[in-house]
Design a protein around this ligand. Structure first.
Ligand code: NDP
Length: 490
């Protein structure tokens, strides 16, 4: 059957297994979220492809794990250099594939992908293990850490290359080999990375990338008996499924999941700084970041002023074509996701909520070719009860809810009143107060008077339904290695 001209122009990705690009029998359509058009074909891998990738990773493990950390570090540095050298090309591709603005991809996603390799290449060189003498027994006890084997890495669509490399870098720096599966919706920059993996001199089989859907390729990976650890970032529902599927093999799991993150704003906060940052924390990357603020609790004495100023600032957070440098937000990931996010606005309205700006109120000014893209304006809601699904569930879009509070105890209780516990922000000039509230909030990360300041040395991850385990610095080292206690009797 002859191909149409449109099929000829489509980008067709291949799996990367054992250092080679490998075609797949069937493919999945991938859409440009800013136009709604199919522009790419992603391999629809299943058990067969995952088996081949695991076999390649297993074969590469003995040689790679026997190298010194310094030898491995050199290769990670080269990968970081190569990503930096190709930054603009990667940024353009990430923006087209994900819908995010080119500015976000250029200043956040791609630089961080390079930094992940840079950071873990050196971080792995500086860990020490424990030693505990028992002189009265004539014994010396110490621990050693060894790589685990083939790591299965599964990443989501919101920060595609950023989160994929956050897993690949520490896994291989610690001496493991990997099979990674990016989201089927955002596979292009992972595919581009394969070329750089070759150029950097990563030995065949050390990094394998298998493209495909979660239920097929992802499931084959998490239930593979020869993959002893899984690092997963994604939704809580998928994490539950992965936990079940991997349970028969007692796998080591690291699960970085969703959030419903509160901002608690006291009357003595620096309002200029707080409003600017809280607009960013609510809407950055179309609100498609697990750390985004989605519930804003404001002390009643400043509530009216805050609301008025916040809505004015939210309206200025422009949603537009991703390539336009004046756009702060681009398109949401998919039609289905846009519909899901919109359904929460409809729910809020049906429960008597007030929509102050955004969906249903503000028209977007988009060029003709972007009219079928998945755009949605920044939306601010008030008047919703804490028990509403709008206040309890992760919406993962450019939507935030604001509500007044009267006391510190009330703010903490309401901040903690969801099943999630990923991050929180606290705003006040009173050091004692921010310290007290930060201690009491059930969240893996608490930022006071700032947001998204990340030191990769410190643990990242969530409490409650936001995750199991931590990664970053020493925690990644611990997750991607097994510890052994050795006793020497002399
Ligand atoms: P999903 O859980 O739907 O998907 C995440 C990844 O898992 C994708 O690669 C997906 O593949 C794959 N997957 C889906 N089903 C299975 C399965 N049965 N077995 C194995 N793998 C599977 O999440 P989203 O992609 O929708 O990402 C958004 C979520 O990620 C949000 O909840 C967000 O909060 C969370 N997140 C958490 C972060 C954190 O660090 N805590 C950071 C960023 C996002 P495919 O897409 O191809 O189907």
């Amino acid at each position: 059957m002859s191909k149409t001209s449109e099929e000829h122009s489509l980008l067709v990705l291949k799996n990367y297994i054992g250092g080679k690009s490998v075609s797949c029998r069937s493919y999945i359509d991938s859409y440009d979220p800013s136009t709604g058009e199919v522009y790419c074909k992603v391999p629809d891998s299943g058990k067969e492809e995952v088996d081949a990738a695991v076999a390649a990773a297993k074969e590469a493990f003995p040689e790679w794990s026997a190298r010194s950390p310094e030898q491995r570090a050199k290769i990670l540095h080269k990968l970081a250099d190569l990503i930096e050298a190709n930054l603009e090309e990667f940024a353009q591709a990430e923006s087209k594939d994900q819908g995010k603005t080119i500015t976000a991809a250029r200043t956040v996603d791609i630089p961080r992908a390079a930094y992940n390799f840079r950071f873990f290449s050196t971080s792995m060189l500086h860990h020490t293990t424990d030693c505990s003498p028992m002189d009265h027994m004539g014994c010396l006890n110490y621990t050693v850490r060894c790589p685990v084997g083939v790591a299965g890495l599964i990443s989501p669509w919101n920060l595609p290359l950023y989160l994929l490399t956050w897993k690949i870098a520490p896994a291989i720096a610690a001496g493991n080999t990997v099979v990674a599966k990016p989201s089927e919706m955002t596979s292009v920059t992972a595919w581009m990375l394969c070329k750089l993996i070759q150029q950097a001199g990563v030995p065949p089989g050390v990094i394998n990338i298998v493209f495909g859907s979660g239920p097929r390729a992802g499931d084959a990976l998490v239930s593979h008996p020869e993959v002893p650890l899984i690092s997963f970032t994604g939704s809580t529902a998928t994490a539950q499924r992965i936990t079940e599927r991997s349970a028969p093999y007692c796998k080591k799991l690291s699960l970085e999941l969703g959030g419903k993150n509160p901002a608690i704003i006291f009357a003595d906060a620096d309002l200029d700084q707080c409003i600017e940052t809280t607009v960013r924390s609510s809407f950055l990357n179309q609100g498609e970041i697990c750390l985004c603020t989605s519930r804003i609790y404001v002390e009643r004495s400043i509530y009216s002023e805050f609301l008025e100023r916040f809505v004015a600032a939210a309206k200025k957070w422009k949603t537009g074509v991703p390539s336009d440098p004046s756009s702060k937000n681009g398109a949401l990931i998919s039609k289905e996701h846009l519909e899901k996010v919109r359904s929460y606005i409809a729910l809020a309205k049906s429960e008597g909520g007030i929509i102050h700006c955004g969906e249903g109120l503000d028209q977007l000014d988009l060029p003709e070719r972007n009219k079928s893209g998945y755009f949605m304006p920044t939306t601010v809601i008030t008047g919703i009860s804490d028990s509403s699904r709008v206040m309890q569930e992760e919406i993962f879009g450019p939507v935030t809810c604001i509500s007044p509070f009267d006391t510190e105890d009330e703010a903490v209780a309401r901040g903690n009143g969801v099943r999630y516990g990923l991050s929180a922000t606290v705003w006040s000039k009173d050091v004692g107060k921010v310290h007290r509230v930060a201690q009491r909030l059930q969240a893996g990360l608490v930022w006071t008077n700032c947001w998204l300041v990340r030191d990769l040395n410190l643990p990242f991850g969530g409490m409650k339904n936001s995750g199991v385990g931590r990664e970053g610095g020493k925690d990644s080292y611990h997750f991607f290695t097994e510890v052994k206690s050795i006793t020497i009797k002399h």
